[in-house]
Design a protein around this ligand. Sequence first.
Ligand code: GLU
Length: 900
Amino acid sequence: MHVLVPLLLVCVSQCVSAQEGPPIGGIFYKDSEDMKAALEVSAKSFNFTASIKEVSTRGEVLEISKYVCQLAEEGVIGIIDGTGGRSSEIIQGLCDALELPHISIEHNDLYSDDWFVLNMYPSPTAYNMVLQKLILHKEWKNFTLLYTKGHSLIRVSELLQMGNDTLVVSLRELSGSDYRDVLIDAKHNGYKNFVVDSPSRYLEQVLLHAQQVGMMAEEHSYIFVSPDLFTLDMSRFKYGGVNMTGFRLVELQDKDNEKLWNFTSTLNLETGKTFKPEQLKTQVLLIHDAVEVFAAAFKKVKVQPEALSCDNYQAWSFGSTLLNFMKTNKVEGLTRSLIFDGVGQRTDITFNILELTSAGNQSIGNWTNNELKINRPLVADAEITQESALRNKSLRVLISLAPPYGYMRKSDKKLEGNDQYEGFTIDLIDKLSEILGFSYEFAVEDDYGTKTESGEWTGMALQLREERADLAICDLTITAVRQSGIDFSTPFMTLGIGILYKEPSKQPPEMFSFMAVFSKEVWYYMMLIQLALGATMIFVGRISNKEWQNPVPCIESPEELNNQFSFANSVWLIIGSVMQQGSEIAPIAIGPRMITSVWWFFTMVMVASYVGTLVAFLTVEKNVLPFETVQELYESKSITYGAKEKGSTKQFFENSTNPIYQAMFKKMKAHNWLAKENDIGVYWAETQNYAFFMESTSLEYYKERHCDLLQVGGLLDSKSYGIGMKKKSPYKKYIDDALLKLKENGEIEKLRNIWWKEKRGGGKCGEKRDADQKQLGMKNMLGAFVVLGVGCLIGLFISIIDMLWGVFKRSVKYSTTFKYELIEELKFALKFSGHIKPVKRPQKAIDGSFEALAKAEGKDDIRSLHSIRSCDTHRTHHSHSSRHSSRSLSVAFAKRRSYS
Ligand code: GLU
């Protein structure tokens, strides 16, 4: 029984280990999750047991030695090493001593016959060959080798020796975590072709920094040594036009590559990730292939795993047999044929050569049997969408240092590249690049350019035409001449030529400045309205029944009635209220009262407005300009004038058909009154008797900062600024769309406010200019006039109703027709004379003749006369009409019969 138990245990342990398969070791860094998973998955699929050690510190001798020894004690048949560099060297040393196969999946620079190593990574010889052939195929005249610090150059050592008379080779080290400085330096040196030797983990960073510094454009060409380039997402770079070439070890074109699909799906299961086969990193694939090489050898060579100890560096007796078999045994792995040379390096590599195109990654050829075969297929033109057209392009943008469009940025530090500039157009291009995704590099050019008489182009226009620049953005005016040679974007600002001149000295107010409170038209309308209102009041008074008052109140039935709205009274009433004094004339009927009320309201508004503004007009001193129009400036003997020397303003005068403008241009030119730049013209305007013609946009900018300058007169023309580009530029449509977007969402206006009114001394003169006095014109007072007009119409309407009612009553009383009475009434009213109205009249007979009403009314007559007489002695002051004497009444009696 005592003998059986250990036997049983040995059997169980052997049975388990037989089930699990021999152990295979792996040493990886802690963060190499995918590699660890790859070993687990591969070991399982080839019936091995994976024993994995995780290294926490890079190149730590003690830690790594400890793990190698532990693995040896576990009896592993080999160690798959995912560390590389210094750590790999430590592993190599121990494996050599223990005679344990060391499988490397990183490139190794040094090899020796007696090393126990097998490297799955393509050998430096293979790399040197393929790279050389590729460089020659590309017919480069020069290239720069970019390598990351600490990375050996052996893999590409032969490239450095390629330099000769026709091929210039330079070398740059990408050190630290920021590669931009090195890349900018390479760019400034005009390098366009690069071979990049950088480990897979730094590739993203290299690509990103190259893009940020504008090195992903059409003229740039790269070969990446790492076979992992196309495992990255390259969609960000595919429209930029950059030429990128890389390698791929895995066979992806074979759709039936079942082994690859199975491995990918089991790896995804293990890691919980969703890799596609083309996204698997080379090292992950090589781990699979390393296990497969072990499996193939293990099948053929009878080896017994053995627990080894580092204490006495006991060698594994099967180690060299196994390794030698592995070196000579050809296996088909995921990365194609696995063939090794005598020192354990992988030879006879087959690479796919890939290139990035706008349609994505394309295989353009192969490297097999040490031969490069390029059979570039036609690149399917990818659908170029609006966003993609400029995305990742690097544009050369011309700017000018004309405030506020462009300034040198103020800083204590030394600035370089685009950081040196700021201003309106710099912000604008930044906004456009955000929308369209391009990068840019500024170049300063002060001459905006035009076509000379000899037909040559100059300045920015020339650079655009010769494609030395892609865009020109500044206060670049769209002119017919320029448009004949370059294209412009949609305008981003409109303007015209104005005159900048010094503010003249103040003059005391004029003698009749109190009249200036209202504009002339207001005064004219006021006078007209008073006349019209006088006539209306007379008419309305005459047709309103109540306005006809008994002149002698003590007579109950007077012969005549009196009306106070004579011409003199009406005018007095109107003027009295304008002067705020009133008059004794008081309307009685509703119509005239209505009209009088709105008139009072009107005068109240007018007087209040007048008084409120009067003080300012009496005290404010006015500027008296020596000229107000271009003609006056031209005729002035003492004032000089000019424009910017090489600008569209000067061209406006030069090409004008207006004889005055032409004469002015000749004078400007002859007397050298043209300013080199706006700043100089502004300085002359400020310090001399000089008028500077400049564009209204710039004029506004300078007015905001030089409070003693103003714009004289209006604008001479109307035009716009646009972004310049070469004729038929493919960018135009996209720039136009983006500019419209910026205009519509108010971004351009926002930028304008910032650079005109806020930054660099803006807003200095705003308050002072607001203090200027404004005359009250018709547009200010129109409301009061409208109220008056409407009120008068209502009053007139009421009076007409009143009149019609009176006419109706009389037609009933005297048995006449309504029409007859109406005509009589209107005739009387429209005479506009006679403010006495007889009460009784002959009645119109049915046959149309008049019959005296003596019989019917004779008593009344006598009674009336009596009462007049008796009343005459003690006249009352009952009403205004009572002031009319009995003499007037007698006259009325005399006229009585003639009323008809
Ligand atoms: N905007 C002008 C041009 O495009 C420059 C300034 C000026 O002439 O006033 O040439």
